[in-house]
Each structure stands twice: as structure tokens, then as C-alpha cells.
Design a protein around this ligand. Structure first.
Ligand code: NAD
Length: 499
């Protein structure tokens, strides 16, 4: 289907979901339901179950059994790959259904949602290969009477906690790698965007994934997310979300010393040198802060620009900002949709007011974007921003860009690294030596040179500093979900210890 010519509409009634455990849908029974309203249209679009701690216990038990009996980890990598490839085909076959739900629940533009679903299928295809490529090592240099083996084994039951900003794409950056490693999963999506995670469970089941290997339990983070992190029978937690909640997940995980992978927040610099192609750099900077309405962990929210071109560049950015198409996420021409929740909207507008109050110069935006049905924010730029201002240091998670200037390369690097975060950074320059020096000095897990927010399953994701621990995706991503075992095999007769 051509996404641009299709007519997308809000369904007449909210779609109701159960939760998914042991290869089948579980009904709500007497559990309460959560209703999700589209943040752009103000009408109910989905209803999901508010599961209980007992549901987490049951799902973890199911995932434990599925792990221990080796119904998945015992298969050859090639057979696991085959299931992942069938799942990718299953995702592609349901792309419209998934994209519509994703757009309605999150407020993101439909064309973008569709791209993210297809991108998810692409990651499953990549990870299928990783299931076959994963291997260990051998030490044949220990003498004729010894052989050393290093094998990788699946870590076990993984609790997977995911956020609302890229519900299906972030899920897809983790699930196929965890499955490729041979683990089993209890997944807890964000309570406001659970639909596509639930449908993935059905797609995986249809693709031949054995029952109990991928389970989804829906509900609130503070109740069942916390219960999953605390659970003594979970071997690893993969958490993606805010730095504050990541900290509590780490503490909750300490009970059984489970491994914790954390993908957290960012305050990512866009460093623009005077020798850059300024028009392209301005386009990248506008995309970097407006994509997903700024609700993007790797969004470039701090523009750090060389003083000699700062005025010219600021004008270029403001002119492009004015042309960003904001509006109904179901209009295929929309580039920037709604803010996910009223609370997030209030947070963003609160930061905008703080920026005005703290003395930053408002270049453009600075208000809510008018709507009768939902919550939207104008792309906003503040200049003359100093490090003491809250907008300079705190993650806003909205379409708010701050501008600060530098005169020397060292100053640019100091400002870029002046943050508790280290998730991502972009560098814009036509000088290869400068670009190389900069990417080496910036303390962040992902760096883009003359581009921004590129991804693909081959390269790993993760943060330095308070942006997280561990890596997802790529071969690194599969290895994260394994334990390493060293085995010595003695050959020939044993030299007696007891005489
Ligand atoms: P959040 O931290 O509020 O929630 C993330 C998930 O954690 C949700 O599923 C939520 O239900 C759950 N949760 C909440 N409280 C919990 C608790 N006490 N114990 C266990 N789980 C709990 O984050 P969000 O608002 O959904 O997403 C936005 C944040 O996520 C931003 O800070 C953003 O930077 C970050 N993020 C990071 C990445 C990355 O790859 N580094 C990607 C996307 C989003």
C-alpha cells in the first residue's frame, strides 16, 4: 500500500486486548482495564488489561519452564533463525494494522509509524543471521593434554521493559536478539502503548515460536514493572526508559544480582562547525529535534554552534522550523504529531516557561500548538543558553532546541561533554580531521558525522555515563544476552595427586 495515498481514519470503537502468556491470549477476567485515548484525537483507541503481581509470577514461571526444558535454547541456531524470518514476514504482512495502532496510541505520524514497523521486520531478518553466527572460542594452545573451550549460553529468563516513544521499533531492537541467543522473555510494554507488543506475541506464535518463550504482561510500571525487576527468578532485565526509573530498576534488581541492561535518557549535542554545509546541517538539526515531536532519546536537543556563523545558522534553523508540518498523525503529510500524554505535554510547556524565566532568548515557537482534540507543541528554539539553565542540562523530551556557541575546538568539545548523559552526538563539518578528532573526544555511545539519528541493526546501541549500561543490537546485542562459560577438557591419563 502507498502510505501517502491511503486514507487513514480513527476506528469507530476502541480495540480490546487480553495479555499473552504460554502461547495464548489470556482474558482480563476481573482485572481492571486501562483505556488509551489517542493523544491527537482525544478518543479511546485501545483497552488493555491491568495485570497483577500474580500475573508476573505466573508469566515468569512459564518463561522459566520454557527455558529449562530447552524447547527453544536446545534448537539449532538455524531453526531459531527460521522462526525469526517467519516472524519478520508476519510483521510485514500486518504492517498497516500495526502502524495504525502505533500511530493512534503514541501520536506519531502514520508514515513514520509504518517505517518503524518495517524497520522492525528488517531487524528480525538481521537477527536471524545472528542466531546462526553466535559462537564461542577454543584454546588449542594449552598443551597436548588439555583443550580449553569458551562457550556462550543463553542467560535465561529476560524481563524486558520498554517505553512509549518507539514502542515497536525499540521492542524489535531487543526481542530478536534475545531470542537469537536462546533466552525466554517476559515483556512489559509501556502502559500507554501496549498494543503492538501484544500483537508481536501473536505474530511470533504464528511464526512457530514455542509456547512460553515470549510472554507479554501489561499494566503499570510502578506495580508490575517493579515486580518484574524484583523477581528472583528473572536472570536479566533489559530496561529502556528514563534515567530516574532506570536507577530504581537497578536497585530493584539487586535482590538476586540479576544482570541489568539499561538504555536511558540523553541530552545530545549537535556540534556545527563553521566549515559545515550549513543548509544540510540546519536540515539535520531541525529533523533531529522535531522527529517524533522531540520525544526521542537520541534527539539532538543541544545545538552547539561556532560563533562566527551562529546568527546565520540560527536564522536558517528558524526558517526551516517554520516549515515543519505539524498536525493530525493520520494525515500522511504530517511530519510532527502529538505529544504522548497530557503529563508529558505539561512537562515540555513547563520547560519552555523555565527557559523564558531563566533568561534564554526565544527564537521561535514557545507555545502549545492549537488543537481542539489533542496536545501538540510548537517546535521551539532558545538561544543565548547558559549551562546553569535547566533547559541546558535536563532532558526535556519534546521539540525544544537550545543554542550555545563556541570559539575554539576545545570549547566545543567541553560544551558537548558537559552533561551527565552520554547517549548520542552529531558533528557537522567538511573537515575529516576535525570530524575524527571530535568523534574520538565525544563521550557518547553513538556519534553521527554529517548526519543524525541513523540506525540499523548492524551497529550497537547504548549509552556512556548516566545514559545506561550494556549494548543492544548487532552481534554485541546478542552477546549481551549470553553467559560465557569456560571449560577445560583433560586428555589422556591423569597425573595422580594422591600418591
Ligand atoms: P519511563 O522510564 O517512565 O518508563 C519506561 C518503562 O518503565 C515503561 O514500561 C514503564 O511502565 C516502566 N516503569 C515505570 N516505572 C517503573 C518501575 N518503578 N519499575 C519498573 N518499570 C517501571 O520512560 P518513558 O517515559 O516511557 O520513556 C521516555 C524515556 O525513555 C526518556 O527518558 C528517554 O530518553 C528514554 N528512552 C531511552 C532510549 C534509549 O535507547 N536509550 C530509548 C527510548 C527512550
Amino acid at each position: 500500500m502507498d502510505v501517502n495515498s491511503a486514507v487513514w481514519t480513527v476506528p469507530a470503537s476502541a480495540r480490546e486486548f487480553g495479555f499473552f502468556v504460554d502461547g495464548q491470549w489470556a482474558e482480563a477476567g476481573d482485572r481492571p482495564m486501562s483505556e488509551r485515548k489517542s493523544p491527537a484525537h482525544g478518543v479511546a483507541v485501545t483497552r488493555t488489561v491491568r495485570c497483577t503481581r500474580a500475573d508476573i509470577d505466573h508469566a515468569v514461571g512459564v518463561a522459566r519452564t520454557a527455558f529449562e526444558d530447552r524447547r527453544w535454547s536446545g534448537l539449532p541456531g538455524g531453526e531459531r533463525a527460521s522462526v525469526l524470518l517467519k516472524a519478520a514476514a508476519g510483521i510485514r504482512a500486518r504492517v498497516e494494522e500495526l502502524a495504525l495502532l502505533e500511530s493512534l496510541e503514541s501520536g506519531k505520524p502514520i508514515g513514520q509509524a509504518r517505517g518503524e514497523i518495517e524497520g522492525g521486520a528488517n531487524i528480525f531478518e538481521y537477527a536471524a543471521g545472528a542466531a546462526r553466527a553466535l559462537h564461542g572460542d577454543a584454546f588449542n594452545n594449552l598443551g597436548d593434554k588439555m583443550l580449553g573451550l569458551v562457550t556462550r549460553e543463553p542467560i535465561g529468563v529476560v524481563g524486558l521493559i520498554t517505553p512509549w516513544n518507539f514502542p515497536f521499533f525499540i521492542l524489535s531492537e531487543r526481542v530478536p536478539f534475545i531470542l537469537a541467543a536462546g533466552c525466554t522473555i517476559v515483556s512489559k510494554p509501556s502502559e500507554v502503548t501496549s498494543a503492538t507488543t501484544l500483537l508481536l506475541a501473536e505474530i511470533l506464535s504464528d511464526a512457530g515460536l514455542p509456547d512460553g518463550v515470549f510472554n507479554v504482561v501489561t499494566g503499570s510500571g510502578s506495580e508490575i514493572g517493579q515486580a518484574l525487576a524484583e523477581h528472583a527468578d528473572v536472570d536479566m532485565i533489559s530496561f529502556t526508559g528514563s534515567t530516574a526509573v532506570g536507577r530504581s530498576v537497578l536497585l530493584a534488581s539487586a535482590g538476586n544480582f540479576k544482570k541489568v541492561g539499561l538504555e536511558l535518557g540523553g541530552k545530545n549535542p549537535q556540534v556545527v562547525f563553521a566549515d559545515a554545509n550549513l543548509d544540510e546541517a540546519a536540515d539535520g538539526v531541525v529533523f533531529g529535534i522535531c522527529f517524533n515531536a522531540g520525544q526521542c532519546c537520541v534527539g539532538g536537543s543541544r545545538l552547539v554552534v561556532e560563533k562566527s556563523i551562529a546568527a546565520e545558522f540560527e536564522a536558517l534553523v528558524a526558517a526551516k522550523m517554520a516549515r515543519v508540518r505539524i498536525g493530525d498523525p493520520l494525515d500522511p503529510n504530517t511530519q510532527m504529531g502529538a505529544i504522548v500524554t497530557a503529563a508529558q505535554n505539561a512537562t515540555i510547556l513547563g520547560y519552555i516557561e523555565a527557559g523564558k524565566r531563566e533568561g534564554a532568548r526565544l527564537v521561535c515557537g514557545g507555545e502549545a500548538y492549537p488543537s481542539d482534540t489533542g496536545q501538540f507543541v510548537q517546535p521551539t528554539v532558545f538561544a543565548d543558553v547558559t549551562r546553569e539553565m535547566s533547559i541546558a542540562s535536563e532532558e526535556i523530551f519534546g521539540p525544544v532546541l537550545t543554542i550555545s556557541t563556541f570559539e575554539t575546538f576545545d570549547e566545543a568539545m567541553a560544551i558537548a561533554n558537559d552533561t551527565i548523559y552520554g547517549l548520542a552526538a552529531s558533528i557537522w563539518t567538511s573537515n575529516l580531521d576535525k570530524a575524527t578528532d571530535a568523534f574520538r573526544r565525544i563521550r557518547a555511545g553513538r556519534v553521527w558525522v554529517n548526519t543524525t539519528i541513523n540506525n540499523g541493526p548492524e551497529l550497537p546501541l547504548g549509552g556512556f555515563k548516566q545514559s545506561g549500561t550494556g549494548r543492544e543490537a548487532g552481534i554485541y546485542g546478542v552477546e549481551e544476552y549470553t553467559e560465557v562459560k569456560a571449560t577445560h577438557i583433560a586428555l589422556g591419563r591423569r597425573e595422580p595427586w594422591v600418591s
